[in-house]
Design a protein around this ligand. Sequence first.
Ligand code: DGJ
Length: 715
Amino acid sequence: MKIKCLVLINLCICLLNVNGQNAIQITTDNVGLFYRVGDNGRLYQTYVGKKLEHSQDFVHLPNLGEAYIANGMEDFFESAIRVLHGDGNPSLLLKYVSHETKQLQQDVAETVILLRDDKYPVDVKLHFTAYSKEDIIKTHSEITHREKKPITLYNYASSMLHLNAGNYYLTEFSGDWAHEANMSESPLTFGKKVLDTKLGSRANLYCSPFFILSLNESARENSGDVLFGTIGWTGNFRFTFEVDPENKLRIVSGINPFASEYTLQPGETFRTPEFIFTYSSEGKGKASRNFHKWARKFQLKDGEKTRLTLLNNWEATYFNFNEEKLITIMDEAVKLGVDMFLLDDGWFANKYPRGNDRQGLGDWEETKEKLPLGIGKLVEEATKKGIKFGIWIEPEMVNPKSELYEKHKDWVIHLPNRDEYYFRNQLVLDLSNPAVQNFVFGVVDNLMTKYPGIAYFKWDCNSPITNIYSPYLKDKQSHLYIEYVRGLYKVLERIKQKYPDLPMMLCSGGGGRTDYEALKYFTEFWPSDNTNAVERIFIQWGYSYFFPSKSMAAHVTSSGWQSMKFRTDVAMMCKLGFDIRTNNLKPEEQQFCREAVGNFKRLESTLLDGDMYRLASPCESDHAAVMYVEESGKTSVLFTFDIHPRHAERNQPLRLAGLNPKKEYELKEINMMPGARSRLSCNNKKYSGEYLMTVGIPVFSSNHTVSHLIEITEM
Ligand code: DGJ
C-alpha cells in the first residue's frame, strides 16, 4: 500500500516536472540529470551535475545533445547505438514515446524512458535508477524490435552522457599483473579517448572499468566538480570520451562492441549492463564515499554484514603441502585468532596432480597423495578447532594437461584449426554452453553437497580468453564475448540462489575482475597478487576511489622488507587476512599479530563500514594517511605511513577530516609491538575536532616505512 502511494506521488511529481518543457528529471539529494523532449519529438539531455533547486530556470537549459544518439542520421560523432535492419537499412531515429517513474523502495526511484524509431518497429528503453541518499545514478538500456527478420546491433551503449565545460581532465586506472590500479590524469581535448578491454574473462588485467572525470580544473580531494563512472560488466567494456569542435564532451559507456556484432531476433530484448555514476561538487572524497555507501547498502554481496578474517596458505606454502602441514597451519590460524583457514590452489587432480600450475586444472577431486582423507578431513579438523574452512577454485578454466580436457575438448574455447596459445598454461571453458555452465555450477555445488561445512570460496580466474572460438556457438561467434559473461552470471546466480549465505572472494590473479555486477555475487575481491605492503598502499589507494574497504581483501605476507607492524597496518586498511607461516615469526611478532586481529575485530564497524577520508596521498608525497569515521562519529581510526621520505624532510601537521568541530576527542596509538612506546606527541591527548581538522597533528617522520594506527574516541 505504502509503495503504491509512493508510485502515485512520484508519477504526479513527474508530471508536474514536465513544467511546460517536456522535462524529465532524474534526481538524487545532490545530483540532477535532466532531459527534454524537443519539438521534433526527439529526446535531449539538458543537464548533468549538481542538483538545481529552482525549477523556473530549467527552461533556460540548452540542449546538450541527443540522449541516445543513433547512427546513420545527421550526427557525425560517436553514437550510442548502431543498427542494421533486416532490409539492409543502416539508420535509426529514435523519438520519445513515454516515460514513467516508480519508487522502488524508500529513496530509490526508477525512471524508464521509452524511445521508438518512427519508421521501423525498434524500441529503446532508457532505465535510470536514482539512489537519493547516496547520490548514485545507475543506467542501462534495453533494445528490442518487432521486425520480421533479425536485426544486427553493431554498438549498444549502456549510457550516453553529454557535458559542456571549459576543460576536462580524465583519470584512468591502468596497470598489469601485480601493478594494478595506477592512476593517471590527462586533459581531454578535441577528438577521442577510449578506455577499453578485449580480454574477455580476466577482463580488467590492464584497465579497470572505472574513471574519474574532472570538470574545468583538475579536481582535488575536497573540492572541484567530478563525475565518477563505472560499468557493471565482467567482460569487455568500453568508455569513449569524445570532445567535439564546440568543446562539448560525450561519454559513451557500455560493452565493448569489438568483435561483438549481435544478431537480435524479433521479440528478443538486448539488455545492456549498468553504467553507474555519481557527481560531486565537493571533490573526489565525497564521490568515493557516495560509491562506498551505495555499494555496501545496495550492491556488494552481504554489503552490510561482517567479514571473516582468515589465514590463507597460498604464499605460505604455494603448491607444496599435505594434510599434516595444513592442519598445522590451522593451528596457527587458531593461535592468531582469525575466523577461518583458507585452502588455496593445489589440492586437486589425480591423473595429473596439481603440483604446479601446468596441470590438473579442471579435475576437481582431491589429490589422494596430498589429502588421503579428502577435504572432509580438513573441514572436520577446522571445525574441531573452532574455525571455519574456505577453499580455492578456478572453475572456468582448464589445463590442457587434465582429464577434463581429454574428455571434453568440446567445452574449451579454442580454434579448431590452429595451435593453442596458453596464458598461465591454461584455457578458458566455454561458458556460452549450458553444459559448461552446469559443470561450473557443479564445482561449487558438488563440494558443498559433499562437504556442507565449507564456509567460503575463493573464485579465481587467471586467464583472459585466448584462441577465441566457441565450439558451441558455431556460426554465432561474434556473440561469444557477451554469452560468456551471461553464462558466468547464470552460474553465479544459481550459486547465490542455492547458497545465499556463502561468502566468496572474487579473485582474478589480482585485479583482473573488479566490477560492480560481479560484486553482487562476491563479498570481496582480491586487488592484487602483489602483497608487498608499500605496493599495496598504492594499489589499495587506487581502488579506494570506487570500492569500500570492506570489499577489498588484504593479506599480511612475508613479501617485502617492511616490519610486521607496517605490513599488518597496511592490510588493516581493508578486509584483513594473513598468508604467512606465523609459527616462523618471532614470539613478539606473533603476539603483535594476535593483538592486531583483536583490534581489527573490535574496530570492524569503523574500518569496514565507516566513512573513509583520504588525507595524504602516496602519489603526491612520501607519506600516506587515511582515516575511517564510524557512522555515529564516536570512533575513528587514523592510519599514517612514512614511505620513503627524504632526510630531514619538513613535515607539516596532518589535518584530519570527518569529525565534529565542536566535540572533543581522545587520541590513542594502537597496534604497537609488545613493549614499544608511542613516539607520537598526540598520543593519549585530547583535542577538539576543530583543532584536529584545522591545525592538525604531527604524525609523519623522515624514517622509512614507519606506520601508526591512532584510535580517536569522541569524549
Ligand atoms: C592467483 C591468485 O591471485 C593467488 O592469490 C592464488 O590463489 C593463485 N592464483 C593460485 O594459483
